[in-house]
Design a protein around this ligand. Sequence first.
Ligand code: SIN
Length: 539
Amino acid sequence: MTRPNIVDAGDVLVLGAGLAGLFTALKLAPKRVTVLAGSRCVTEHGASAWAQGGIAAALGPDDSPELHTQDTIAAGAGLVDPKIATLLAQEAPDRVHDLIAYGVPFDRDAKGDLVLGREAAHSRNRIVHVSGDRAGAVIMDALWGAARADERISIMAGLRAVSFAKRKNKIVGVYAIDETAPERSSVLILAEHVVLATGGIGTLFEVTTNPPSAKGDGLAMAARAGAALADTAFVQFHPTAINVGRDPAPLATEALRGEGAWLINSRGERFMAAAHPDAELAPRDVVAREISRQIRQGNDVYLDCRKAVGEAFPDRFPTVFASCMAEDIDPRIDPIPIAPAAHYHMGGVITDTHGRTTLDGLWACGEVACTGAHGANRLASNSLLEALVFGARIAADIVNRQRSAHIVSGVGVEPCNSALLAPNTKTSLGAIKRLRHIMTTRVGLVRTEQSLSLALDDIADLSSAQTPSLDLLNLLVVAELVTRDALERRESRGGHFRADYPEPSVELARRRPFTFSGDPASDIGANGGDIQNASFASI
Ligand code: SIN
């Protein structure tokens, strides 16, 4: 390995420039922060900007943090940590007010009060929106504006982190590849503290509502470094992605069902009323599986917003309206064709109440983290909230620490995984397409011992490819994390449904923490992840 250039990231290096990363960076004042942003994130603002739903917070006169906590715990199907749900709900109103202070214009009524919407499995109206379905985009615009104006914050784009860097046993930065340089030189970025905020894994599946950047880079990197992970089996499939053959699939926000939109099949039947007492507002996993059952029976499924939203569609839901009209579907006149799509990963890197991971020097925030807030099934509009609450907590934890020595020198620094530092210009598009198909068909909404075992065989086959790209290597690690946890969780719970174990198991009503390599210090294979031999040590 040639000696990489060294970059001083200052007090804190934040990996990722979505909501979790930028909010943490802003809250870290007066620390000097470097945010590593994917090149597309700078212009497109990542998955956070695609969020249509909004932020859940007990702000209404009939609501309370206790009720929000109860709904969060109930949605999570036995795996939510009550302590985390409580702090999430208690701190939610303050975090919404933080965003207001950054200039986010949440929707208000004629009296100037915040308009509070309803989404599935919430017992009260408590979702704050912006311009109907534009919350993510508007919030991210405001935070990018604030971050760019803040002299403490440097944004670095075009560098892709490939391995954590450690000195002794402390994470002190990352090795990154300059993907814009023809020779793909590597750079060592050093900081006193590192925050992982790289988002989710939706791209692992053939049909997803996530942007292509949601490809599990950060999760794979943390797994290789030996961070404790949990509950990687739990993937949330959104029931209503617009089914027009686009990749990624545009979302038709759940707020439409909150407004009273119906799900109907090809025969015009409103099938959810027979499937669950809450009909269209049943928990997401229930709605997604029922839609998938209708599709397997040969039905097409539609979201019928004609009565519930009708002529108000362009004003109330401009993003969904534009996505439909781009496909010649006028949702004021036509039901919207929909299908479930991978949307959110509840599992990830285990963190404590301060967002600390099990690796010294490393915090994790947002979708890459597993805080215990979502359990087996995330309550709608709790994801942006979790990023805000834990972003603020991580910042407070770091700001309150005694300053330790930040040594801007490569002496004693080594990569947690050296194999990935070699230049790699491969693309592996065919193999990635195959992997996404395998994950959707075998590790999707309905899983069995057989489908999961076959998927592991396929993953092993693909991992023996001679020249895998970095994308493929990371996706294979994440695929194994999801599949093996799903195989070992012999029950059905929340987003994880096993047709061969259709009921929840009392013994399994707990998180399943584990490490990927079993040895935090080890490199795990010449291809950057020896999938077949990686051990899943329970911790
Ligand atoms: C939606 O708008 O339906 C998505 C909201 C969420 O995932 O929380």
